[in-house]
Write a protein that binds this ligand. Structure first.
Ligand SMILES: NC(=O)C1=CN([C@@H]2O[C@H](COP(=O)(O)OP(=O)(O)OC[C@H]3O[C@@H](n4cnc5c(N)ncnc54)[C@H](O)[C@@H]3O)[C@@H](O)[C@H]2O)C=CC1
Ligand SMILES: CC(=O)C(=O)O
Ligand SMILES: [Mg+2]
Length: 624
């Protein structure tokens, strides 16, 4: 029997299959052994990701729940268990969709093919992957990040190959504290977590949203030099309200409607407790949670955990830097910012985040008192799906309430509750038109024509929604309709516009990628246990100050992506400095809080630079 057992230990399901096929040539004894063997388990000497990375044993999404528990795989795979047939169907569907994907892609028709090639390299050789990414960041950030990452998430169930990251689902309640130990890394510095409820401007993509967490962490490694062995993408699967995914037999997530209320909070609470128990110094970035939860979760956790919400806080910081750049581009000092009239289209997590931060920045410039705060409010007009938001609206969202225009004000301005964006722009003649609506083409010809009457010498257009097809307008339309003199920024990259006669209309990328890596790195290296408003503000001010006078006058208000590692280092140093000044810094490794306090600005920058990971092959030695 032991002899048999030893034989079986070396057997794989594939080997058993081949023995079965040639059963006719075996003796009766051997034949009956083969039949029994077919039902016997294959004994493994591996656990967890080592199994998933071994093509001999890997079953991918077909591991049953009991196997996942037995082999420490729970959480390492999408929650939906697939049959062999479904796996093949998914694979074949993906193969045949290849051409459609290429056509459906953004301006680069090969974008998805490039993503696949890069992804395969990522699976094979991380060092080489990040070397390629860092050296060609301008070319490949649009592939691993917006816009292509949006397409990847939309098609994730077809593209899914090797799992990357962890999945915590509503079905894992009560198990997360142990599941978290299935992740192979002893130390995790950075988690990006999403519940997939609002991926870029593409809506609820459920479990497929994990792609955005992977993409953001790629930027963390490339821009901030966070060690890739210490990052963890996480998808919390609480179901989906996307009816198409609920009906799709090949969908990899839970096929039930999203949890809500206390049930939802219980899941997120349990996840937070689990990851901070295993890795007390981890930083958690919340990403692409629908607005309904984005603010609530931020308030719930920000005072007790090292976390921030990128869409609310990172976007706000990037927008503030761009808005200040736009003031400078008009040839005015930044202190004139409180005089800017700003129309914002979109009052979700991103729009409201920007509005709150812009109002605070103005108020600080005006004296930081109650009247300054009130006066700053009157510089904003907010338009959402129902038009201009005023206090006359019945079901006004509490987060948008502070920006609802008063009836007396709007009647003076010839406006009304629900006025269209074009009407608002026509009447207000704003300095800035900023879109975070997720509605592609919202800045229509009519809206852009209306902006021609802006009272600004240099109107600014921020079409910040992602991915490319959700941008509120293209730079071509903006420059050709409003004029050559405008400032233009978009969330996803566009090419500069040729204005003729050797002149260029600069297309800036206004994306939170310029801040979140530095916020994360600065927090990590300071050892701050929370991320304060001051730290985020310091990051924004650093980005604003990064651009030279000459660049800004030429309409360049954000750095090129090729400089992202340098700007991230500066942002991280600014975040660290602020955390030291606020007495939040508890130190990192050998650098304790007292030592940190002794560092001057240059020394902080040097400390940051020295702690950024770079892709180099280490010398490897074997130790039992
Ligand atoms: N560039 C960047 O760094 C960032 C860009 N974003 C983008 O911002 C967009 C919005 O994100 P969230 O605020 O989280 O989404 P959300 O879904 O919470 O909010 C969208 C808002 O747009 C409004 N809206 C819808 N149709 C409209 C219309 N026709 N006119 C005016 N407003 C309209 C909605 O009423 C809602 O207030 C997404 O496309 C996202 O990709 C988000 C974060 C960062
Ligand atoms: C850039 C980003 O975070 C978003 O579009 O949601
Ligand atoms: Mg986001």
């Amino acid at each position: 029997m032991w002899k048999f057992a030893n034989k079986i230990r070396l057997s794989s399901p594939q080997m058993i299959l081949s023995k079965k096929k040639s059963a006719t040539s075996l003796t009766t004894n051997q034949r009956s052994f083969t039949t029994i063997e077919g039902h016997r388990p294959t004994i493994l000497h591996k656990r967890s990701v080592d199994i998933l990375h071994d093509p001999w044993f890997n079953k991918g999404t077909a591991f049953s729940m009991t196997e996942r528990d037995r082999l420490d795989l729970r959480g390492l795979l999408p929650p939906n268990v697939m049959t062999y047939e479904q796996q093949i169907e998914r694979f074949m569907a993906d193969l045949t969709r290849l051409e459609v994907h290429a056509r459906d892609g953004p301006s680069d028709t090969n974008a998805l093919a490039k993503w696949r090639i890069l992804n395969r390299l990522h699976d094979r050789n991380e060092t080489m992957y990040y070397k390629v990414l860092i050296a060609n960041i301008e070319e490949y950030a649009p592939i691993v990040y917006t816009p292509t990452v949006g397409l990847v998430c939309q098609n994730y169930c077809g593209l899914y190959r090797r799992p990357r990251g962890m999945y915590f689902s509503a079905a894992d309640r009560g198990e997360m504290m142990s599941m978290v130990y299935n992740w192979p890394a002893e130390q995790v510095d950075m988690i990006v977590v999403t519940d997939g409820s609002r991926i870029l401007g593409l809506g609820d993509l459920g479990v497929q949203g994990i792609g955005i967490a992977v993409g953001k962490l790629d930027i963390y490694v490339a821009a901030a030099g966070i060690n890739p062995h210490r990052v963890l993408p996480v998808l919390i699967d609480v179901g989906t309200n996307n009816e198409k995914l609920l009906k799709d037999p090949l969908y990899l997530g839970l096929q039930e409607h999203r949890l809500d209320g206390e049930d939802y909070l219980e899941v997120i609470d349990e996840f937070m407790e689990a990851v901070f128990t295993r890795w007390p110094n981890v930083i958690v970035q919340f990403e692409d949670f629908q607005s309904k939860w984005a603010f609530k979760l931020l308030q719930r956790y920000r005072h007790n955990y090292r976390m921030f919400n990128d869409d609310v806080q990172g976007t706000a910081g990037v927008a503030i830097a761009g808005l200040l750049g736009a003031v400078r581009a008009q040839g005015r000092p930044m202190i004139d910012f409180p005089k800017q009239k700003i129309v914002v289209a979109g009052a979700g997590s991103a729009g409201i985040g920007v509005l709150n931060a812009a109002r605070k920045t103005m108020a600080r410039m005006l004296g930081n008192n109650k009247s300054a705060y009130e006066s700053a409010r009157s510089q904003f007009w907010v338009v959402d799906a129902k038009g201009l938001i005023t206090e006359e609206r019945d079901d006004i969202d509490p987060d948008a309430h502070p920006f609802a225009r008063k009836t007396s004000e709007i009647s003076r301005q010839g406006l009304r509750e629900g006025a269209s964006l074009a009407e608002v722009v026509r009447q207000v003649k704003p300095d800035v038109l900023l879109g975070l609506s997720a509605v592609g083409g919202l800045f229509s010809q009519e809206v852009l024509e209306a902006l021609k009457c802006s009272t600004s010498t240099r109107p600014a257009i921020f079409a910040m929604s992602n991915p490319t097809k959700n941008a509120e307008c293209t730079p071509e339309d903006a420059f050709s309709i409003v004029g050559d003199n405008i400032i233009f920024a978009s969330g996803s990259p566009f090419k500069d516009v040729d204005l003729g006669n050797g002149r260029i209309g600069h297309c800036n990328q206004g994306n939170n990628m310029y801040l979140f890596p530095g916020i994360g790195l600065g927090t990590l290296l300071s050892g701050s246990q929370i991320i304060s408003d001051g730290m985020v503000q310091a990051a924004a001010e650093c980005l604003a100050a990064y651009m030279t006078e000459e660049e800004v006058v030429n309409g360049i208000i954000y750095p090129s992506v090729s400089r992202i590692r340098d700007i991230t280092k500066e942002v991280a140093a600014a975040v660290m400095k602020e955390s030291i000044e606020e007495d939040l810094a508890e130190g990192y490794r050998d650098m304790d809080a007292r030592e940190l306090k002794k560092l001057n600005q240059e020394e902080i920058k040097c400390f940051v630079k020295n702690n950024m990971w770079s892709p180099e092959y280490p010398t490897l030695v074997y130790k039992d």
